[in-house]
Write a protein that binds this ligand. Structure first.
Ligand code: ARG
Length: 464
């Protein structure tokens, strides 16, 4: 088969000579599409059963094909299969081996089919599995976040905007923010799966077939909701893979943001969290170092995933209908992006499960940076009847005073407060404490522990 003077056994009828070695090298996809072996064989077995049911091939030939394909599958799974570059791709490798095993009936398998609908089917099956795996991985991560949220539902920490202290929030609230984000990621993968779940098989090369095939039967056998309605579209679009990559890109962006927070939080300057030894590494020169490498790598992995998304969009954007060989470039990008995403999800889940939030450090930081200045302004509005703009101004003057004295707002005396506004009473000190501050933010979705507990309860039920 690899003899360059002999033409390809699958399509070489009109060729006098075999391909140049360079042609073979650029053309072959077997080096990577061997990952589609299980899907290819599943698709072929469904196709063979349909060919028999519709009387297009005999029951005995279809039976031999279906049995033989199982033999091929076990050879591949057990690493006993000799993949051939000359046979280009997984489809022809499997069929050629089937012929060696069962002989002449193997030649009937490709009736009413093309590699174009075959690869579109195989790849959809593969990407569909990855959508399911992403949903599962995200669910595990959400569960790990819920455990963290519940443990520290009312622990106070600084909430940031511009990475400057803004207002105190609760640890549980911060964890639950990520639960919401990862839940949307999960639903994006589920949506993509629903849309992609139509079967291309039977579209043949591009135009359908003159054989009396039963497309409902193969679609059903392969777990698709229905056959794809237009044969040209069925073999020529890869939007399902792009949707997976888009969902993966957004999810990787969320993972990257959280990873960035973990890198910051685990630093000696913050000490908000301690990452476990299992998810940290040391330095070969600085004995004291414990580095958040897993978080850093998760932060970086988005580059590959978004890169895959851009690469495939670029491959697809100028292709006339229907199939073009350009589309063979879809697989490596999606394989790498999927592997990367699953690894990043697993690493994040492990890290979140193992990490310890440092309650005291969170609380100490929560009170710094005049984080309750808004509470003071709100109090002036509520209790003194000041317009908010004026309250903002009075509070600003008190912040400047505290800053110049190097103390917190709560450390200012009532006399000092009166310099800014004569009506301020002792009751103001109640709102300057971070616990009171978070407890007061009871609006729906707010940071008050009562709201956070409600969020947690809702998600616990949803994930049960
Ligand atoms: N290896 C090919 C791919 O991945 C399979 C389809 C080939 N079709 C063709 N008409 N040459 O796209």
């Amino acid at each position: 088969m690899s003899d360059k003077t002999s033409s390809n056994a699958m399509w070489g009828g009109r060729f006098a000579a075999g391909p140049d070695a360079i042609m073979e090298a650029i053309n072959a996809s077997i080096g990577f599409d061997k990952r589609l072996a299980a899907q290819d064989i599943e698709g072929s077995r469904a196709h063979a059963a349909m060919l028999a049911a519709t009387g297009i091939v005999s029951d005995s030939d279809a039976g031999a094909i279906r049995e033989g394909l199982l033999t091929v599958l076990s050879e591949i799974e057990e690493g006993r299969f000799a993949f051939s570059t000359a046979l280009e791709d997984i489809h022809m490798n499997v069929e050629a081996r089937l012929k060696e095993i069962i002989g002449e009936p193997a030649g009937r398998l490709h009736t009413a089919r093309s590699r174009n609908d075959q690869v579109a089917t195989d790849f959809r099956l593969w990407v569909r599995d990855q959508c399911d795996a992403a949903v599962e991985g995200l669910t595990a991560l959400m569960r790990a976040l819920l455990v963290q949220a519940e443990a520290g539902a009312d622990w106070v920490m600084p909430g940031f905007t511009h990475l400057q202290t803004a207002q105190p929030v609760t640890w549980g609230h911060h964890m639950m923010a990520y639960v919401e984000m990862f839940a949307r990621d999960r639903s994006r993968f589920a949506d993509a799966r629903t849309r992609m779940n139509e079967c291309p098989l039977g579209a043949a090369a591009l135009a359908g077939t003159s054989f009396p095939i039963d497309r409902e039967m193969t679609a059903h056998a392969l777990g698709f909701d229905r056959p794809a309605a237009n044969s040209l579209d069925a073999v020529s679009d890869r939007d399902f893979a792009l949707e997976f990559l888009a969902a993966a890109s957004i999810c990787a962006m969320h993972l990257s943001r959280f990873a960035e927070e973990l890198v910051i939080w685990s630093s000696a300057q913050f000490r908000f969290v301690t990452l476990s030894d299992r998810f940290s590494t040391g330095s070969s020169i600085m004995p004291q170092k414990k580095n958040p490498d897993a978080a850093e790598l998760i932060r970086a992995k988005i580059g590959r995933i978004v890169g895959a998304n851009i690469a495939l969009l670029t491959v697809m954007k100028g292709l006339p209908l229907a199939y073009s060989k350009d589309m063979q470039e879809d697989k490596e990008q999606v394989f790498d992006a999927a592997d990367t995403l699953m690894l990043a999800l697993a690493a994040m889940t492990g890290m979140v499960g193992d990490m310890t939030a440092n309650r005291a450090a969170l609380e100490a930081a929560a009170a710094s940076g005049f984080s309750t200045a808004t509470d003071l302004a709100d109090w002036l509005v509520r209790e003194m009847g000041l317009p908010f703009r004026e309250a903002h101004h009075v509070t600003g003057a008190l912040v400047a005073l505290a800053e110049s004295k190097g103390c917190d707002l709560k450390d200012l005396s009532l006399d000092e407060m009166h310099a800014a506004h004569g009506g301020i009473t002792n009751a103001v000190y109640d709102v300057l404490g971070v616990h009171n501050s978070v407890a007061s933010r009871t609006s729906y979705g707010g940071t008050a522990p009562v709201q956070v507990h409600a969020q947690i309860a809702r998600w616990k039920e949803a994930l049960a």
